[in-house]
Design a binder for this molecule. Structure first.
Ligand SMILES: Nc1ncnc2c1ncn2[C@@H]1O[C@H](COP(=O)(O)OP(=O)(O)OP(=O)(O)O)[C@@H](O)[C@H]1O
Length: 318
């Protein structure tokens, strides 16, 4: 569905180098990117600010032309066949809307139907389906500017899916949403991926989105892929520390067991980092043997720990 081969994107930038003089240089936003996404996959695209995520998405959708390499989306070269591609993909940018600000939501959809030349009967059926799934009925007559962020996002998702695209590209679709709206959007995305087989590429800083939805994760940094694999693999490969939480019977000194590090203490509670190559069982035994312990718990690294570690510059390869 998506194929990138050695794709590069550079931007010319001008910097002031004196009072009047300006020097021109090149910023490499995407640096020799190669990956494939198969039909029906749900892939998370992660990376710190400025990593090159939006630039990749803009090239995939034909908004930007690559400086080098080859891109195919649904078999098409996006920058040359942008219009044709637009009929086969849906795109949602969480930070801005594709809907008409002053029009009622329903009128925006009618315009979109026109733009994509969707057959009237098919459109009506599809709109009914999406209206029900996303519970849009109560505000179809409301102008877009009066919608809440969550309602607007549901509207944007509908707009992107009215022409039943094979591929949905999402850039931060849950940004700023409250817990309930976020859950509704996630449930909806999982459903259209599972039931309609829509391929989804999801860019997000919200790791909850990734954990809930993506079987495969790609991590990009400085324009290059630093990881491409299953979420579980990412967790294992990044080998973030596990955390041992020890409640002592009374506050007092504690010697960290071999190979562990003391990271925090609050009264009788102590937090120890246990690296992946240190046995948690022997750390527990060592603490329990040397101290009067009331309770002890081991916390596996969560996805936040893993990604923080990854972004801090320990590249991992699947
Ligand atoms: N039009 C442009 N002109 C010059 N530099 C650009 C342009 N667009 C992006 N860049 C640079 O390219 C790099 C990648 O930017 P990009 O927006 O793709 O990152 P991102 O991963 O989407 O970041 P964020 O998570 O902050 O949205 C950054 O260094 C950015 O400053």
């Amino acid at each position: 569905m998506i194929r990138l081969s050695g794709v590069t994107k550079t931007f010319p930038v001008h910097r002031k180098s004196g009072l009047i003089r300006r020097t021109r240089s090149l910023v490499t936003a995407v640096d020799g990117m190669t990956f494939e996404v198969e039909r029906g996959e749900f892939v998370g695209y992660l990376g710190p600010n400025g990593a090159g995520k939006s630039t990749t998405i803009k090239m995939l959708t034909g908004i930007l032309t690559a400086s080098g390499g080859e891109i195919r989306v649904a078999g098409l070269d996006p920058s040359r066949r942008r219009k044709e591609l637009a009929r086969r993909i849906g795109v949602v940018f969480g930070q801005r809307t594709t809907l008409w600000w002053d029009l009622p939501l329903g009128d925006s959809f009618a315009l979109i139907r026109h733009l994509y030349k969707v057959d009237q009967k098919r459109f009506a059926g599809r709109l009914d389906e999406l209206t029900e799934l996303l519970e849009l009925a109560p505000f179809l007559q409301t102008p877009v500017r009066q919608l809440s962020l969550g309602q607007r996002m549901r509207g944007d998702l509908t707009a992107a899916l009215l022409h039943s695209p094979e591929l949905l590209v999402l850039d931060e679709p849950t940004i700023g949403l409250d817990v309930v709206s976020k859950a509704a959007v996630r449930e909806f995305l999982a459903r259209i991926n599972a039931e309609e087989g829509t391929t989804i590429l999801l860019t997000t800083h919200d790791l909850g989105d990734i954990e809930r939805l993506c079987r495969r994760v790609m991590v990009i940094d400085h324009g290059r892929l630093t990881f491409d694999g299953a979420l579980e693999e990412l967790r294992a490969t990044a080998s973030a520390d596990r955390i041992l939480i020890v409640d002592l019977a009374s506050p007092g000194p504690l010697a960290p067991p071999t190979g562990t590090r003391l990271i925090r203490r609050e009264g009788p509670r102590v937090w120890l980092a246990v690296p992946a190559d240190v046995s948690a069982a022997s750390a527990v035994a060592e603490v329990a043997g040397a101290h009067d312990v009331r309770d002890i718990a081991l916390r596996e690294p969560d996805i936040e720990d893993v990604v923080t570690r990854l972004y801090q510059g320990s590249p991992v390869q699947a």
